[in-house]
Design a protein around this ligand. Structure first.
Ligand code: ADP
Length: 565
């Protein structure tokens, strides 16, 4: 409020400026106007009058029209140009002989009245009294207007403060009611309010979070990143978002999403930050579980695709393998048929017939072997390969099998050297152990490049060992692991007949006896297969249990062509 307008008491003294170069006139004027209501100020030149007007406000100015330095009309014009003095009433004092034109100029310069010298005391008092009264009323009105404006402003401010308080309260109520954690922070990021959701989530006193920049209870692995990102958001004044783990009621970690936005005033300055903590633990864990399941499904799909590919390859190989002896048999039968049709040629000599029948027998044997392999795989997969354990001598079994290979060995000029002189007694399924030795020697002859095959069997501690070594094509390191799986064949074996099932069946049989099988080889350096069997085979608890280690892995679906066929 403008203090200069404030009334000083019941009787306010009005300041009046008397300007005249004649000391007698000034004295006369003072004498006429002297009273307790007026504060009379005198000036004898225009310049002095100006100085006084610059320092103080006047209710009225009595101005001599003729002054030594600057004339009264010019001084009046100057006063009218100043905002502070433009409304101050000026009464000109004129001499009896003064030019009337001068008076007109005085009026146009802002004079409100004039008096001729020598002035009439009563007229002077009356005129000055009117202007002082006017001045006093004007001040009173201005003062009242100012007070009114002031009290209106105060009322408006009080009203605004109430609305603000009410809306703040409503906002707090809302914040307390929603099921999230809501917080506000100062522009420097220090938390200054948190709703009761914080206590419900963490089981801690909400006061503990106040004045903290980083909420207490963050997982040590997440706290650093949270702090860095929060500070960066505060610096750049941009929306903040972070996911982190928070110690919840009961001590377990829960995933939380924290978001905060800056709140600005009309000038764009940040006055606070508004934020939330949302418990996203269930969504996060569900998301992770879904990702895990998807990865597993993807892995299973890849495995299934691999298996289908392997099976398709196997079907190609199997068809070829089965077709070869069938074609040979078909040719033999065609030969016999044609000979029978040509009656004139007479009967085929007995030796020729015998030779052909032996070939037929070998091909049928080969077909039977292939079919037997397929049946064994099916039995292993379904757990229907029971062992018939009996007392036996492993040395005798090995010698017997090696003997059966003599003919095949001779056909490929492969010497089979057996070192099995001491008996190795134990309890095994004789036919299945024979099958193991047969598979190993048959592979050694097949992949042995006609070089000698060494077969050794012995008793080593509580175990019986059989080793079959050849000096043939050998097996690369990358193939060594997979050749014991179904349908798996090394690249170099493509030129040899086979289904890729022999070693798979062999390993399953060895495992069924509680034994192990291992291969040592280098490409081009031959291969050695070593089987270790416990001397006494444990009788299986449940003969229907599949012996295949990977039996739980779902078997790939048959290729569409196979299913249709
Ligand atoms: P098949 O001989 O019918 O292909 P196997 O299961 O008996 O099937 O053998 C799997 C693969 O192991 C063979 O295809 C071959 O690549 C490799 N293999 C087995 N025995 C030998 C061996 N003595 N020398 C070199 N490679 C062998």
């Amino acid at each position: 409020m403008d203090a200069s307008l404030e009334p000083t008491g019941d009787i306010e003294r009005a300041r009046i400026l008397l300007v005249d170069d004649s000391p007698q006139t000034l004295t006369a004027l003072r004498a006429i106007l002297e009273c307790s209501r007026y504060d009379l100020v005198c000036a004898s030149t225009g310049e002095e009058a100006l100085r006084k007007v610059l320092k103080q406000d006047f209710a009225c100015i009595l101005l001599d029209i003729v002054l030594p330095d600057i004339n009264g009309v010019e001084l009046a014009s100057l006063l009218k140009q100043r905002e502070r003095t433009e409304a101050t009433p000026i009464i000109f004092l004129t001499g009896a002989d003064d030019d009337v034109g001068f008076l007109y100029r005085a009026y146009s310069a802002g004079a409100v009245d004039y008096l001729r010298k020598p002035v009439d005391a009563a007229v002077l008092r009356s005129k000055v009294g009117v202007f002082v009264e006017l001045w006093s009323k004007t001040r009173q009105i201005a003062w009242q207007a100012q007070r009114l404006a002031e009290s209106e402003r105060r009322a408006r401010e009080a009203e605004l403060a109430m609305v603000r308080r009410e809306s703040e309260q409503r906002y707090r109520n809302l914040a307390e009611a929603i099921p999230h954690v809501v917080f506000t922070a100062r522009p420097d990021g220090r938390i200054d309010y948190v709703n009761r959701g914080w206590g419900e989530l963490t089981g801690t006193d909400p006061d503990l979070i106040l004045t903290e920049q980083v909420p207490p209870g963050l997982h040590p692995e997440d706290a650093g990143a949270f702090q860095r990102e929060w500070r960066a958001a505060l610096e750049r004044v941009e929306a903040f978002q972070a996911t982190c783990r928070l110690r919840a009621q009961g001590g377990q970690w829960r995933w939380i999403l924290c978001r905060a936005l800056p709140e600005r005033d009309d000038a764009g300055n940040v006055v606070a930050w508004l934020g939330t903590f949302t418990d996203i633990d269930e969504q996060r864990r569900a998301h992770e579980e879904r990702a895990r399941l998807l990865a597993r499904e993807h892995e299973a799909r890849l495995q299934a695709e691999e298996a289908v590919k392997a099976r398709d390859e196997f079907l190609g190989v199997a068809s070829h393998e089965l077709k070869t002896p069938l074609t040979s048999l078909q040719l033999l039968i065609q030969g016999f048929t044609r000979r029978a049709e040509r009656e004139g040629e007479g009967a085929m000599p007995a030796k020729q017939v015998l030779d052909k029948l032996r070939v037929a027998e070998r091909q049928i044997g080969r077909l039977g072997g292939l079919v037997e392999q397929l049946l064994d795989v099916a039995r292993i997969r379904s757990g229907k390969l029971p062992l018939l354990v009996e007392d036996a001598d492993l040395a005798a079994i090995v010698q017997d099998v090696a003997q059966r290979f003599e003919a095949a060995g001779q056909a490929t000029s492969t010497p089979i050297l057996v070192d099995c002189n001491a008996p190795v007694p134990g309890r095994w399924d004789v036919l299945r152990v024979e099958q193991v030795v047969t598979n190993l020697i048959s592979n050694a002859v097949k992949y042995g490049n006609g070089r000698p095959v060494h077969v050794v069997c012995a008793m080593v501690g509580p175990e019986a060992t059989i080793s079959v070594a050849d000096e043939g094509i050998g097996i690369g390191a990358s193939d060594l692991d997979r050749i014991f799986e179904r349908f798996e064949r090394a690249e170099r074996a493509r030129n040899f007949s086979g289904l890729g099932l022999g070693l798979y069946i062999t390993r399953q049989l060895v495992m069924a006896h509680g034994g192990t099988i291992a291969a040592h080889s280098e490409e081009g350096q031959g291969a050695t297969f070593t089987v270790r069997l416990p001397l006494v085979t444990a009788e299986p608890d449940d003969p229907t249990e599949p012996v295949d280690g990977d039996a739980e892995v779902p078997a790939p679906q048959p290729a569409p062509a196979l299913a249709a066929g």
